[in-house]
Design a protein around this ligand. Sequence first.
Ligand code: NAD
Length: 455
Amino acid sequence: MKILNPATGAMLANLAADSAKTVRAKYERARAAQPAWAATPIRQRLTAIRKFREILADRQPDLAQTLSLEVGKPIRQSRNELNGLAGRIDFFLEHTERALRDEKVFADPQGKLEERIGHVPLGVIANISAWNYPYFVGGNVFVPALAAGNAVLYKPSEFATLTGMHIEDMLHAAGIPDDVFIAVVGDGKTGGALLRQPVDGVFFTGSYATGAKIAASTGRRMIKTQLELGGKDPIYVCDDVDVPAAAAAVADGAFYNTGQSCCSVERVYVHQKIYDAFVAAFVAAVKGFKVGDPLDDATYIGAITRKPQLAILQKQVADAKKKGAKLLLGGGAIKGRGNWFAPTVLANVDHSMQLMRDESFGPIIGLMAVADDRAAVELMNDTEFGLTAGVYTTSEKRAKRILAQVAAGTVYWNCCDRVSPRLPWSGVKHSGIGLTLSTYGIQTFTRPKAWHLRG
Ligand code: NAD
């Protein structure tokens, strides 16, 4: 397995991927180790997680560098991701014990009958992860899953393998037994081999196309399957906003992480009364983003992690232009070594264009004028996806009225591209099924056990 730097094309490492045989052996080790881990007192399990957090902080400079080198993420954004994971771990450290405590839900007055809910770890789970935020999307799963007493077979994306191996080293150094957290290295074929093991749950983050295949393969096995998939997340900008401030915030939501976030802003609807002013302010904001070496602190837009994405972005631009969109900025790959795409803004787009229908996952955005709030709601819902959606307006009432009508797992008023450990992270429609984060995202790694106790 050749690990390439997407910013330069240079080879970073050449590793052996797992075979069907080594995946099987890893599964068997995890299966054998899980009962003892589940029997380890929860405080001891959390002590290891706390230690992992300390190691993450100590090693931040080298971890951020590896992440930027292998996925092309601007170094400041790599540091932000590591700091963000620390915040999520803090949430899990604070809430896991309470979320997993047995609950007495009934006791009759004579003391003859008691009913309790217990939370039992699932067992051995497969955690198949994406490359765009390996610490976030991985950590959302393996941190609470381990804390809840599961063994985890963790397959990092083939585009974030070195980060995945660092994660394994750090968890082991923190006191998670070697056989309780095991990295499985390889691409989709290795992921397929992992899914053929008799695991007790599958927690997947990635594209709808892969998620649909995984759901089909686990469907007959009656095991918990969670899918956190893509998005085509809309923002609607109302006519009452501070235009430059809203334009700067939405541009950041569209271009942060080089547009390669599941909750990147992917469609922008602007009330017609402020459309022209908004478009001008938006283009000015995007012109201010520095494209360049991911290791440079001043860089805001980095490399495109997967080379095939360049052709998808190029196709979306060509299709939009052919159907009448106006190209205001960028529009193509940047020539040279590595995978680069110029920050691209298209105006006067509509829903006949791929740009407004298919996930772009890159530094490219379409802006569209709308007549009123009703039209905006209709357009926001005109998608196969439903991860996040947001509204910019000075009126809380207006925002809540609009957002109540939008089918999405997460909605934002005057913010976007934001994830909180305190809130459940979930999607509707093709954005997935199940959730991570919040206290629900701790309990999701257990199954409820109903106790009827008659004394
Ligand atoms: P992907 O679907 O290509 O790959 C995801 C993972 O699945 C990788 O580890 C890959 O090796 C593995 N895989 C591929 N084929 C497989 C198979 N047949 N069986 C088992 N495993 C297989 O996605 P990606 O390019 O890594 O990630 C980008 C996508 O992830 C985007 O659509 C993005 O929106 C989505 N995403 C969603 C969230 C969320 O929270 N909803 C977060 C991050 C990314």
